[in-house]
Design a protein around this ligand. Structure first.
Ligand code: SF4
Length: 253
């Protein structure tokens, strides 16, 4: 399958790199082909692009992309080092045409064991948050009606934060998921997901409760449920419920 840059002219390539730069990705990592020297694997910096004219970005995904096609393309993915410790690849769960997508950071131990995102304690809290808030607000909604996935699909060792090259490599699949689903809004859970989806660099406490964009799709940032499980986070819990109310009303009113 040709890589995007094999079929782009110089202007399209500039836009493509600019888009990744907007996402906060400053360095691209190339895989060396067989027989190519290690120097070819060196990271490539994305130079600041200079442009004033608004232009349509080139597609990040094949046309007619579907979640099934993305799963097939991932296969037994070994594109980054996170495959080494995984038990199951955790692609995503929910409605293929969900109007709302939740994006977390990466699978934990329970998710890695079951191959389903957000099934551990944090996942149970997320389900309660979605369904409890919807019920209180008079919105008929269950967890099965939304789509839930992570920035990286394999569990990082010791649940560490995914590294930049891992997020970049796996991020292509997240972006294809979002492009295929085309939700009305995205809710980024926690700082890592917020930074990966919006490209903004602030911490989650500064970003939460505000709207950003992924391409043309509004993105609400809130806390990751695992943060809300820590003791003494009552204020954060209240704020997360407020954020969720905003996004549910935006999508379902
Ligand atoms: S984290 Fe993503 S890119 Fe890395 S091996 Fe797993 S599926 Fe592939």
């Amino acid at each position: 399958m040709p890589r995007p840059w094999d079929v782009m002219d110089a202007e399209q390539l500039r836009q493509y790199l600019e888009f990744y730069q907007d996402l906060g990705i400053k360095t691209l990592f190339r895989r060396a082909a067989a027989g190519v020297s290690a120097a070819a694997e060196a990271p490539v910096s994305i130079a600041p692009a200079v442009s004033t004219a608004p232009m349509e970005l080139p597609p990040l995904a094949p046309s007619g992309d579907t979640l099934l096609k993305i799963i097939e393309d991932m296969g037994d993915c070994r594109r980054c080092r996170l495959h080494e410790g995984r038990n199951k690849l955790v692609f995503g769960v929910g409605h293929e045409k969900a109007p709302l997508v939740f994006v977390g950071e990466g699978p934990g131990a329970d998710e890695d064991a079951q191959g389903i995102p957000f099934v551990g304690r944090a996942g149970q809290l997320l389900t309660q948050m979605i369904e409890g808030t919807a019920k209180k607000e008079g919105i008929a909604l269950t967890r099965a009606d939304v789509y839930i996935c992570n920035v990286v699909k394999c569990r990082p060792p010791e649940n560490r934060t995914p590294e930049a090259d891992e997020m970049e490599t796996c991020g292509q699949f997240l972006y294809r998921q979002l492009s295929a689903i085309q939700p009305k809004a995205i809710c980024a859970l926690g700082g890592t997901a917020a930074r990966a989806v919006t490209g903004h660099k602030e911490g989650v406490t500064k970003m939460r409760g505000k709207w950003f964009k992924w391409r043309d799709i509004p993105v609400m940032v809130t806390y990751h449920p695992s943060y809300l499980l820590r003791p003494y986070n009552e204020n954060a819990k209240r704020e997360a419920w407020e954020d969720l109310k905003k996004v549910l009303h935006f999508v379902y009113d």
